[in-house]
Design a binder for this molecule. Structure first.
Ligand SMILES: Cc1cc2nc3c(=O)[nH]c(=O)nc-3n(C[C@H](O)[C@H](O)[C@H](O)COP(=O)(O)O)c2cc1C
Length: 357
């Protein structure tokens, strides 16, 4: 065959191919002695619905290739997102890959790995040469779906799936901003926490109210109980107060009403709250000094500051929150911390607006 002159090397090709993200499977079979074989493969793809066909490709150099080349059947185990260890195990050579792995036998004795997102039991119908690989086409004979989220692979790393929250096209700009916001702000949060050496949290308005989606710890963490996914009160947390100050009232009102009704914030009434939120808006940030509302969780009284990040349309999408031991964290408007957080929030808002424009 004529050697093609290429403008890329195999490392570049691998990088480009790695930008196509996939799930992860372990393809299994048994040999003539009933011994199970399996390998991690992300070359799996659907081919046809009627008849039901799938494909995967295997390196000719894989030690298990002769087994798959001659096997009549194979099973595709689509791994769940907590099966990274299983994926690593089956991506290594070795005699005893199945030891300690819970499996059950499929209809034709194909090994089905427990805990997967889904299984397909297949009959080999064709094998095509494909360079240094062989492409196997299988007819799907049995399927099962187990309701677990799948493991993903891309860019040389394992990943987990997040639903894409792009809304209807009319709302596209705002939704892209919201989607980008957490990603961009997460990067900024790491740098900011290093620079300030403070414990920082990233808050979003979730379906249960203010929710911390990311913490970055200071070198001396304020608490070893910083939980991702922590849902905060609206009236007694700085993150909640920031959202209450800047989000449309109809979004926050049910949460505020519930907290006022259950006496979670006995010092606050509706009039006082309106004044408090107005002064937060005027200052540009929310703060609490010596709060003991989180003593149960963090084991200490805290000072805290929260600043808003806005999208292109001026809607608050994130809260950038700093917490520290009471008496230490400077919550003053002219202090270095508040000034730096405000600058970082402005920078993030500008970046989001630019990306959505
Ligand atoms: C995420 C991932 C995907 C892989 N996909 C494939 C694939 O599609 N085809 C293949 O031949 N090898 C693939 N490999 C490599 C094989 O899993 C690895 O070479 C394995 O050791 C082969 O099994 P064997 O040594 O028992 O033959 C992949 C590895 C990883 C980590």
């Amino acid at each position: 065959m004529e050697a093609a002159v290429r403008s890329f090397d195999s490392r570049e090709l691998r990088q480009v191919l790695g930008s196509f993200f996939t799930g992860v499977t372990v393809v299994t079979t048994v040999d003539g002695h009933g011994k199970p074989h399996g390998l991690t493969a992300n070359s799996f793809s659907s081919v046809s619905l009627d008849p039901p066909l799938i494909l995967w490709s295997q390196s000719r150099n894989a030690p298990s290739h002769p087994v798959f080349r001659t096997a009549e059947r194979f099973a595709v185990n689509i791994l769940a997102d907590d099966q990274v260890e299983v994926s690593n195990r089956f991506a290594r050579g070795g005699a005893d890959k199945f030891s300690g792995i819970a499996t059950r036998a499929g209809e034709h004795r194909m090994p089905l790995i427990e805990g997967c997102a889904a299984h397909l039991e297949c009959r080999l119908v064709n094998a095509y040469p494909g360079g240094d690989h062989v492409v196997f086409i299988g007819e799907v004979e049995r399927i099962a779906r187990h309701g677990r989220p799948p493991l993903l692979f891309g860019g040389g790393r394992y990943l987990v799936a997040q639903p894409h929250d792009l809304g209807p096209p009319t709302d596209r700009g705002a939704n892209i901003a919201r989607l980008n916001a957490v990603r961009i702000a997460t990067r900024a949060l790491v740098e900011l926490s290093d620079e300030l050496d403070e414990t920082l949290g990233l808050g979003v308005w979730g379906n249960k109210g203010p929710t911390i989606v990311r913490w970055e710890e200071a070198s001396e963490p304020v608490s070893d109980n910083l939980r991702t996914g922590l849902v905060l009160p609206v009236l007694t947390s700085v993150t909640g107060l920031a959202f209450a100050a800047w989000l449309p009232a109809e979004l926050t009102a049910p949460f505020v009403a519930a907290e006022l009704a259950d006496g979670a914030a006995p010092d606050i009434d509706a009039t006082g709250l309106a004044q408090q939120l107005a002064s937060i808006r005027a200052a540009g940030f929310a703060s609490l000094v010596g709060s003991d509302g989180f003593a149960d969780l963090y084991g200490t009284r805290i000072n805290a500051v929260s600043v808003p990040v806005f999208d292109l349309d001026g809607a608050m999408v994130l809260a950038l929150t700093a917490i520290g031991a009471a008496g230490r964290l400077d919550t003053g408007a002219a202090g270095a911390l508040v000034q730096r957080l405000l600058a970082a929030a402005l920078d993030l808002s500008t970046k989001l607006a630019r990306r959505a424009a």
